[in-house]
Ligand binder design. Structure first.
Ligand code: SF4
Length: 345
């Protein structure tokens, strides 16, 4: 029988499994607190008796991801991590410092199946889903390494979070728990390329996290060229799912729009996008696309980005341009991992 990862369990599941072993329910809470504090050895749980620890070791283990590489930007202090998983797969995470505290961008899958044409994370396809504990451990390890609390999380590293739905939902429950890292739902952003049924499922759960949609195009024709998911769901289906999310959660939605020179950055594109989003409680985040070795995209010129933003703003759409962070440390999502894998080979 394979062992169960304690760090992947919600408090309720931990308590249930511990009670099933004949232990008192409060032991479940103690164990949950230990693993969320970063304890990796069951023997280090000092308020659990030796015989209980022996029983625990027969049935459980604790995820333990390691820092394989760490790069710190000399420009803005952004820290980029390559994490080594127990099966030797590699994932990336980033910590950025803003006025409101530290924000961690973490991965939910090893690689990604979605094939977005501007993204380095999908170049080798999907390798596997991460368990909830592996998603969580990225935060635990970053906090321990930096000696500081992470106050905001974005699920925007490699992987499509809603393609690993159940593990991501478990992660959200664990990370928000007051006996765990206790990070407020309003400080968590989930970014999706637009899996329509899963957006609706998430909306029904009414977990008040922030939803970000990787839109990147004002119409289906351009979106289909950039993102294979657009073959499956039209922008109008996705907009309906967003309206449903808003109805259930009343949280402003962010639309991510990576500007690619000559592909989606014209004035007409900006007007079309304004029309699409008019009246929606939303915010547009314009991202100067990163140049990726494996792809043929160039970043839009600075003045084009400004013009694009001005058009959206003139139509009443709140719009910001994403600040480039860690530009001296190969910050494009997935790039560091790809370089690492290539060098290893
Ligand atoms: S942008 Fe996100 S969903 Fe698209 S390929 Fe990259 S990681 Fe996957």
């Amino acid at each position: 029988m394979s062992k169960i990862d304690l760090l992947s369990l919600t408090l309720e599941d931990t308590q249930m499994l511990i009670e099933e072993m004949g232990e008192k329910k409060f032991r479940g809470k103690q164990i949950f607190q230990w693993v969320n504090k970063g304890v990796k050895d069951i023997d280090d749980m000092s308020n659990i008796g030796k015989s209980s620890r022996e029983k625990l070791k027969e049935k459980f283990y604790i995820t333990d991801i390691k820092i394989e590489e760490k790069l710190t930007s000399k420009i803005d202090g952004t820290v980029k991590y390559l994490f080594l998983l127990e099966d030797h797969n590699i994932i990336e995470g980033v910590v950025m410092e803003y006025n409101h505290g530290l924000t961690a961008c973490i991965s939910t899958q090893v690689g990604c199946a979605m094939g977005c044409s501007f993204c380095a994370s999908t170049v080798g396809g999907l390798i596997r889903n991460l368990r909830a504990g592996e998603i969580l451990d990225q935060i635990v390890v970053m906090q321990e390494d930096l000696g500081k609390r992470i106050s905001n999380i974005v699920l925007m590293g490699s992987g499509e979070p809603l393609h690993n739905y159940q593990e991501v939902i478990d992660f959200l429950k664990i990370v928000n728990n007051e006996h765990g890292l206790n990070i407020g739902n309003r400080h968590i952003t989930l970014s999706t390329c637009g899996l329509v049924p899963e957006i609706k499922k998430l909306a029904d759960l009414q977990i008040p996290i922030n939803l970000a949609i990787s839109l990147h195009a004002p119409n289906d024709a351009i979106r289909r060229e950039m993102m294979p998911i657009a073959q499956k769901y039209s922008i109008s289906e996705m907009k309906d799912a967003c309206l449903y999310y808003l109805e259930k959660n009343n949280r402003r939605i962010t639309f991510e729009y990576a500007l690619v020179d000559g592909v989606n950055d014209s004035k007409d594109n900006a007007y079309e996008l304004s029309g699409l989003l008019k009246g929606l409680l939303c915010h547009v985040n314009l991202i100067p696309v990163n140049t990726i070795e494996e792809r043929d995209y160039k970043q839009s010129k600075k003045e084009e980005i400004k013009k694009f933003q001005a058009i959206l703003k003139s139509r009443g759409i709140e719009t910001t341009i994403r600040r480039e962070m860690g530009s001296d440390i190969n910050a494009a999502c997935g790039q560091l991992r790809n370089t690492y894998i290539k060098n290893k080979k």
